[in-house]
Design a protein around this ligand. Structure first.
Ligand code: F6R
Length: 241
């Protein structure tokens, strides 16, 4: 794992955006695995600025998001499809038909998961997979557990994740208890993986990811086994490393 140390959130966001934009410049029809959450917002904002300046063109890019809340359709303001549209896709020249998020509105778990896996299998390998990391070491919504997951599946969210994500909902009771998520095998099959992390509350998870034993108790630790994975993190997130 390569570690790219950043001063603070803004520095981390610019460096993350730089890597994504370099990928798109080098391969205009790049396939990007994308994440939601607070961490990548600054990088998306930076990419929008560079797009507006004419420095990066997303017209041939296709994207595959990691996860979506079970039970929320794409027009729900707390859905990850809504987040991606409003935070990023609506502000760049990407073809919306080339952007993909698991279908949270499909209650048929087997069908929804198989459909997303099929879509990704058809697309082939992601060129770059962007990840955030949960305070408990989750990537995507692959919560700590007894084994690593394979393909897209429906996850029972950990209590700590529900609490962490409740900041974006009116009340904690509104946070969905389940989500569709790419599996660890989906994530690990990307050519390159970039984990972005910021803030002291991520320090333990970042330490465990980089130096801990490879174990499903810290899902992100599996990334130690990936041949081309780098961590772009600020001083606070790296404070235990
Ligand atoms: C989001 C995702 C999650 C987040 C993680 C960190 O699509 O898959 O794994 O990356 O929960 O969230 P933030 O960035 O909000 O701290």
């Amino acid at each position: 794992m390569r570690i790219i140390r950043c001063k603070d959130y803004d520095d981390m966001s610019r460096k993350t955006a730089n890597i994504i934009s370099a990928q798109v410049i080098l391969k205009p029809n790049a396939k990007l695995g994308l994440a939601t959450g607070t961490t990548p917002i600054g990088a998306y904002e930076q990419l929008i600025k560079w797009y507006e300046k004419g420095d990066v063109d997303f017209s041939e890019v296709s994207t595959y998001n990691l996860d979506e809340y079970y039970g929320l359709s794409g027009d729900h303001p707390q859905s990850y499809r809504y987040f991606m549209d409003h935070t990023f896709f609506d502000h760049i020249n990407i073809d919306k038909g080339h952007t993909h998020v698991p279908d949270g509105s499909n209650p048929n778990i087997d069908e929804a998961c198989a459909a997303y896996d099929e879509l990704m299998a058809k697309a082939g390998q992601m060129d770059l997979q962007l990840l955030g990391i949960g305070r408990n070491g989750h990537v995507g919504f692959n919560e700590p557990g007894e084994s690593f997951s394979k393909g897209t599946h429906c996850v029972e969210l950990a209590e700590s994740t529900i609490v962490a994500n409740s900041r974006l909902f009116d009340s904690i009771d509104d946070v969905p208890r389940k989500a569709y998520s790419m599996g660890v095998q989906n994530i690990m099959s990307a050519k390159t993986i970039l984990v972005a992390a910021s803030g002291e509350d991520k320090a333990q998870a970042v330490y465990d990811m980089i130096y801990g034993p490879v174990s499903p108790h810290c899902t992100a630790s599996i990334l130690q086994l990936h041949g081309d994975c780098f961590v772009v993190a600020d001083e606070d997130a790296l404070s235990l490393c």
